[in-house]
Design a binder for this molecule. Structure first.
Ligand code: RNT
Ligand code: ZN
Length: 420
């Protein structure tokens, strides 16, 4: 599509939205301010650079598509490729296993900001913020499937030290990059079969978290989040860090609560939780993911569930209080494409929500006219979102439509396919 055509189509779309009281220019301005946190771990199937074994913690990246990043430089080059196809300015989300220790063995309780200098320099040069995650899996001391809830105090202490180390790293990133780092904590701890004692692990988790969050940091440097899960592979019957556990902990301790879209019962609506939780919490983190039958971490597509989340964020006036981070790992397709598809879809979801004639719908609802509410909701589904999206991509200097795939294919031929 050429520029003139895109602009002409946009002009018509702008009129269609204006007729419903929506200013597309204002919506695009708001979209430009949205920062997604791209997950580094899509680039190498949550491998990291410790090379200490295979992925565990109940996580699984299925597929063996060629060209996976083997080191930090390759991963950064792949991220550059992905970012060039995604409109807007965004953030990068790192995990502790992506430390660069120059061949030296540094255990997780001893990690410091110096082990992330390569990432910080890279982010600084691109004006990207960095977010961070302690890694509570793929480690000899996580082999029992227990970390912060482990009955052995020495094991718990190790993982508490890791949590504190990661918060220090996050604060250092926040200081060096001038934007607070959101450090999200997730642990796999749970049981495959019916526990005899559901309480003790939760008592221990509470105490471990209290120790991790005891050191205070400025919110200009660091934001803390905790993430629940319904079940994992090998923890089907019990997960200590359940939704209720962390919801209570986050409210009580003024933390951010992370809602991963794949971590609830399949028919439970994450969208509906947003305005309920934000009555009690300052902010939420959404791990934008797509469970297919289970927490399968499929690449994010533009589903009704995703659109409902966008609607709740925008209609509720929560764009400043909901952080969006991608969380999936698909090894069965081109990994750079996986980043691009999920990121572009998340942005389309937000644009769709920003363009929704929300005032018209709210008016009908307030007047008790549920016939009009339903009729208009359905009619608005066909408003020309695509024309506005194309125009946005054009203005942001990224490929319009599926043209990004050509760029990713070229990179695959020139670079990814040459990796051993
Ligand atoms: C696991 C959680 C967690 C991880 C990442 C790698 O079920 O969703 O967020 O996916 O930290
Ligand atoms: Zn997650």
């Amino acid at each position: 599509m050429n520029t003139a055509k895109i602009e002409k189509t946009y002009a018509l779309a702008r009129e269609a939205y204006a007729a419903q009281g929506v200013d597309t220019e204002k919506a695009l301005k708001k979209l430009r301010a949205i920062r997604l946190s791209l997950h580094c771990w899509q680039g190498d199937d949550v491998g990291g650079f410790e090379k200490s074994g295979s992925l565990d913690g109940g996580l699984a990246a299925t597929g063996n598509y060629p060209g996976k990043a083997r080191n930090a430089d390759e991963l950064r080059a792949d991220l550059d490729q992905a970012l060039a196809q995604i409109p807007g300015a965004h953030r990068l989300n790192l995990h502790a296993i992506y430390a660069e220790t120059r061949g030296k063995k540094v255990d997780r309780d001893a990690l410091g900001p110096e082990h992330f200098k390569g990432w910080i320099d890279w982010a600084k040069a691109r004006k990207l913020g960095l977010d961070f995650n302690p890694t509570y899996f793929s480690h000899p001391l996580a082999k029992d499937g227990l970390t912060l809830t482990h009955p052995d105090k020495a094991v718990r202490d190790f993982w508490v030290a890791h949590g504190i180390a990661c918060r220090r790293i996050g604060a250092a990133m926040g200081r060096q990059l001038g934007t607070p780092s959101l450090v999200n904590l997730w642990i796999p701890d749970g049981y495959k079969d019916t526990p005899a004692d559901r309480r003790a692990p939760r008592d221990r988790l509470r105490d471990s978290l209290d120790a991790i969050y005891a050191p205070r940091f400025s919110r200009h440097l660091l934001l803390d989040a905790v993430e629940s899960k319904l079940f994992g592979i090998g923890s089907e019957s019990y997960v200590a860090g359940s939704h209720e556990f962390y919801m209570g902990y986050a409210i009580k301790n003024d933390l951010i609560l992370c809602l991963d879209c794949g971590h609830f019962h399949p028919t439970e609506s994450v969208a509906d939780k947003i305005s309920a939780l934000l009555q009690w919490l300052d902010a939420l983190l959404v791990h934008v993911s797509r469970g297919v039958r289970w927490d399968s971490d499929h690449v994010v597509t533009l589903t009704d569930e995703l659109k409902a989340i966008g609607h709740e964020i925008v209609a509720g006036g929560y764009t400043d209080r909901v952080h969006l981070a991608l969380d999936y790992f698909d090894a069965s397709i081109n990994r750079v494409a996986a980043w691009v598809i999920g990121s572009r879809n998340t942005l389309k979801m937000m644009l769709g929500a920003l363009l929704e004639p929300a005032a018209v719908l709210a008016r009908a609802e307030k007047a008790g006219d549920f016939t009009a509410r339903l009729a208009l909701q359905e009619e608005f589904k066909l408003l020309p979102l695509g024309a506005v999206w194309d125009y946005y991509c054009l203005k942001q200097g990224v490929p319009v439509g599926s043209a990004w795939l050509d760029a990713v294919r070229r990179y695959e031929t020139d670079t990814l396919s040459r990796r051993g």
